[in-house]
Design a binder for this molecule. Structure first.
Ligand SMILES: Cc1cc2nc3c(=O)[nH]c(=O)nc-3n(C[C@H](O)[C@H](O)[C@H](O)COP(=O)(O)O)c2cc1C
Length: 197
């Protein structure tokens, strides 16, 4: 079967994209507004954009309601040029879900999700204290790509729980990251090696 996105339409094309680009990691993005309100939301259109300098990218789509012209995360990043990306481990799945719900722009989503905002070293945005890994990011650029905005952030600090980092490697079993599969989730089902040539 061959599908033409133009014939498929926007909704079914979106469904195909989220069902075929799998599994996706989840960037749990924390920001602070120019009024000092903490914000937190998950984004699964997320990956590494460059290893050197270390740069991460997150794609933020349009709002699905009319409450504001853009998602709070995008507004805060535009206003402050800073954010943090927290890893969602299995024990934090429910809190992540809570933070994805449509809260009013003046709602503190850390409080709503019962999470602790921790200070970052370089950026003013908070990080999630309960997250096992958080990366402080300084905005590099925002690209408009069709209906979405691709936010590129330079990683300026990594925070990792001590017991998860050994000999330059992250303990992935202990990290226990959540992945996104279409509209559902997946967790690590086993790690294996392929032989090197
Ligand atoms: C697991 C998960 C992944 C998501 N990925 C994205 C994404 O990649 N891009 C996007 O625009 N919204 C994504 N969303 C929806 C946003 O999290 C949601 O619109 C949120 O309310 C935005 O919050 P904000 O207005 O505080 O920025 C995702 C939601 C969930 C639960």
């Amino acid at each position: 079967m061959i599908l033409d996105p133009e014939k498929l339409g926007v909704r079914d094309t979106y469904k195909f994209l989220i069902g075929s680009v799998v599994p996706r990691p989840i960037a749990w993005v924390s920001t602070v507004s120019s009024d000092g309100i903490h914000n937190l939301a998950p984004f699964s259109f997320y990956t590494v954009a460059s290893r050197n300098p270390p740069t991460l990218c997150v794609s933020i789509g349009p709002r699905t309601d009319d409450a504001a012209p853009q998602k709070d995360t995008l507004k805060n990043i535009r206003d402050t040029s800073e954010f943090a990306i927290n890893v969602v481990s299995m024990p934090l799945a429910n809190s992540m879900h809570e933070s994805s719900l449509g809260h009013a722009p003046d709602a503190d989503e850390f409080a709503a999700a019962n999470l602790t905002p921790a200070e970052c070293e370089v950026v003013k945005a908070p990080r999630v204290e309960e997250a096992f890994i958080s990366t402080e990011c300084a905005l590099d650029q925002i690209l408009t790509v069709g209906s979405d905005h691709l936010v590129l952030g330079r990683a300026v600090r990594f925070h990792i729980r001590d017991d998860l980092y050994n000999d330059g490697r992250v303990n992935l079993e202990a990290l226990d990251p959540l992945g996104r599969l279409a509209g559902n989730y997946t967790k690590l089902g086993g790690i294996f090696e392929l032989p090197m040539k």
